[in-house]
Design a protein around this ligand. Structure first.
Ligand SMILES: O=c1nc2n(C[C@H](O)[C@H](O)[C@H](O)CO)c3cc(O)ccc3cc-2c(=O)[nH]1
Ligand SMILES: C[C@H]1O[C@@H](n2cnc3c(N)ncnc32)[C@H](O)[C@@H]1O
Ligand code: SF4
Length: 379
């Protein structure tokens, strides 16, 4: 592990310095994770695109005035889940806006028509429905949640996650990415990670880079994640995600991080975070995603053969076979994992409630089978 001051000193690493940094991170990854990179075969379930926040980078969120703002119905949820299961997907990623009913009358009306007064109650029941009626494992990405909310969701989700984004309070100011976003205060985000730790929830988090934070704030965000993991041991993966500018958003004209910036951040994350945390970067937000391998990632996150990335809908998923080839070209293999990583699966029902244990075990053997097939296809 490198020190905070060493991590901060890499801010301007380019050329040979960046190359050396990446080599150091790649060898740390090889030692901890070997030469197998992973992904999770999933479907995306955007339960609602209404939200009480208004992040400057987000096109997922729809205004209640838009005809596109909605909740998925229980039938739509199951249709997507069934179609995903038929394509051998194993994860149902529930990703949604935060507490829209606390801000928008339309959200209250639509929820009432579904028989609910809270988005999180509806989320709970839709996760339960996917568990009951399909073979998929729910992963909940619903933003900042309280201890009680996380506790209630634990039996209906195999894992959960929430991007920390960044610990910078500056981003909350007017004109910045998180202005008027009550759920993006570093305090609420850090508290969510902490409560998930107290509850033994296998947890995904990460940072969004290029949203107006300084390099030092990026490093401090990784340190904040590390500290909570050292206290509870529950952080399974950290996503390093690059901001993509989108037309029609407040940040449409902002500069996107370049490939070197991503590589530098991935490498520093690998060297700051404990070895047992997986480092993930998405393959659909960068054309030259293969070079993330040289910077120290060991995971690509969720990839869907069915649904688009609703958060970055203009960025198509690469074919799983193309990702496998990119890995193979650099001497790595590609394997399928579940939404809950292997090492969290066998801990005496610490992370998994009893109703989930059997499901996870049988999906594990199907994922192993799919991985063998993937490697056979390449060979
Ligand atoms: O398709 C996406 N999947 C996202 N995922 C899902 C991820 O790709 C995988 O499904 C999980 O890593 C499974 O372990 C997230 C999951 C989280 O818990 C937190 C944030 C994200 C962010 C994204 C995202 O922007 N796009
Ligand atoms: C689910 C996660 O997607 C990320 N997210 C939201 N909007 C964008 C964007 N324009 N570019 C990249 N990532 C984005 C945020 O980090 C959120 O937490
Ligand atoms: S990123 Fe999440 S919290 Fe922010 S506006 Fe979009 S849906 Fe809401």
């Amino acid at each position: 592990m490198i020190s905070v001051s060493e991590a901060i000193s890499y801010e301007f690493a380019t050329g040979p310095d960046l190359y050396a940094l990446c080599q150091q991170a790649a060898s740390a990854r090889d030692n901890a994770w070997g030469t197998q990179l992973t992904f999770s075969k999933k479907v995306f379930i955007p339960l609602t695109n209404m939200c009480r926040d208004s992040c400057g980078y987000c096109t997922f969120v729809q205004s209640p005035d838009s005809i596109h703002s909605n909740y998925m119905t229980p039938e739509q949820v199951l249709k997507t889940a069934h179609e995903g299961a038929a394509l051998d997907c194993k994860e149902a990623l529930f990703s949604l806006g935060e507490r829209p009913e606390e801000r928008h009358q339309k959200a209250r009306d639509l929820l009432a028509a579904l028989g609910y007064d809270s988005t999180l109650d509806y989320l709970h029941d839709q996760c339960e429905s996917v568990l009951t009626h399909t073979t998929l494992l729910p992963h909940v990405n619903a933003g900042a949640l309280s201890f009680d909310e996380l506790k209630r969701l634990k039996p209906v989700a195999a894992s959960m996650g929430m991007m920390l984004e960044n610990v910078s309070n500056e981003l909350l100011k007017k004109g910045q990415a998180h202005y008027a976003c009550p759920d993006k205060t570093p305090k609420r985000r850090l508290d969510t990670i902490e409560q998930a730790g107290r509850l033994d929830i296998a947890f995904t988090t990460g940072i969004l880079i290029g949203i107006g934070e300084s390099w030092e704030e990026r490093v401090l965000s990784l340190i904040a994640i590390r500290d909570r993991h050292l206290a509870y041991g529950h952080v399974q993966e950290v996503i390093i995600q690059n901001f993509r500018a989108k037309a029609g958003t407040a940040m449409a004209g902002c500069q996107e991080p370049d490939l070197d910036d991503m590589k530098r951040t991935i490498a520093v994350a690998r060297l700051i975070l404990p070895d047992d945390i997986s480092i993930q970067a998405p393959p659909n937000l960068e054309v030259e995603y293969g070079s993330y391998i040289n910077a120290g990632i060991n995971d690509w996150g969720g990839i869907s053969p069915l649904t688009k990335d609703f958060i970055n809908p203009e960025r198509a998923w690469p074919q799983i076979s193309s990702v496998a080839q990119a890995c193979e070209g650099l001497g790595y293999s590609l394997a399928e994992r579940l939404t809950i990583y292997d090492r969290f699966q066998h801990q005496e029902q610490k992370y998994l409630t009893p109703n989930l244990t059997q499901r996870v075990a049988s999906l594990m053997s199907r994922a192993a089978q799919a991985s063998r097939q993937l490697q056979g296809d390449i060979a």
